[in-house]
Design a protein around this ligand. Structure first.
Ligand SMILES: C[S@@+](CC[C@H](N)C(=O)[O-])C[C@H]1O[C@@H](n2cnc3c(N)ncnc32)[C@H](O)[C@@H]1O
Length: 262
């Protein structure tokens, strides 16, 4: 049975009622250990089931063969991904060995999960080298170095032959209900994509008012997200009722230097 509300949407919403049910059942069984520190109270994808549903659609539509998460913290999203996709390899990493130790302990029974203690671009390069079409959930931040630009450049230049899809968490989607992060005066938003050495032409954001098959029960902080398809035919994303396609803006002009006094 299709989950989409109208026949027009059914063409692109190939996910079934049973897929939605499985996502629901796995999602709400994952303990929200991340409430230790996360401002959204923890839980898979910041306890936003719309992101879990979207990730499922991306994996399904684009035929992803591996999942890579950067920044595991204590493993709420890693736990969800490993349990929801037992037939896919799930990689995660964190730069803090204490986070890795907790996540590894949680994931001990999930033979499909690998949790590494490393700088996230290293994991992205490794996964892109090993798999044809990985989905990369980019969520590594808080440290002195913000690795997002490096992660995205790696996917842009070293995307495997089949391509890769990135889901950037805490991204500015220009909607008051959705938060985003900023580091060193740079917002995690469209301007950052524009400044990449290899910027994508477009990116996609979830439509808050789209025909989601389940309500989102996160009443606290919700984070925006951006989806970027590297080296892939993005037609299914352009046609998708849950996604909005947006052009990456032109880079801001470099500041004109003040004329020096003679
Ligand atoms: C917002 S938390 C991740 C939350 C987690 N993805 C979840 O859904 O529960 C960010 C994590 O990124 C880690 N981190 C920061 N910089 C990193 C880097 N360069 N490489 C790997 N992990 C990093 C931090 O230690 C922190 O645990």
């Amino acid at each position: 049975m299709e989950t989409a509300a109208t026949s027009g949407e059914q063409a692109v919403m190939a996910v079934t009622e049973s897929d939605v049910q499985q996502t629901y059942e796995v999602f709400y069984r994952v303990p929200r250990v991340g409430q230790l520190r996360l401002s959204d109270g923890g839980g898979p994808f910041g306890f936003d089931i719309h992101l879990a549903l979207l990730v499922h659609q991306l994996i399904d539509m684009l035929g992803c063969d591996a999942i890579c998460e950067t920044g595991s913290f204590v493993g709420d999203t890693t736990h969800y991904l490993a349990a929801r996709y037992p037939d896919l390899p799930v990689y995660s990493c964190d730069i803090d060995p204490r986070h890795v130790a907790v996540t590894r302990r949680r994931l001990a029974r999930h033979g499909n999960a690998t949790v590494k203690c490393c700088d996230s671009p290293r994991l992205v390069a490794e996964v892109a080298g090993r798999h044809a079409r990985p989905l990369c959930f980019l969520d590594a931040h808080w440290g002195a170095q913000w690795p997002l630009v490096q992660e995205l450049e790696l996917l842009a230049t070293r995307a495997p032959s089949g391509g890769a899809v990135a889901v950037v968490h805490d991204f500015d989607i220009g909607h008051p209900r959705f938060s985003y992060d900023s580091y060193g005066g740079r917002d995690c938003g469209p301007g950052l994509l524009a400044e990449l050495a290899h910027p994508p032409a477009v990116y996609f954001t979830p439509r808050p008012d789209g025909p989601w098959p389940l309500p989102c029960l996160q009443t606290g902080r919700r984070a925006g997200a951006a989806v970027i398809a590297f080296g892939l035919d993005d037609t299914p994303l352009r046609d998708h009722p849950l996604l909005e396609v947006r052009a990456v803006p032109a880079p801001a002009p470099a500041p004109v230097p003040e004329p020096t006094a003679r």
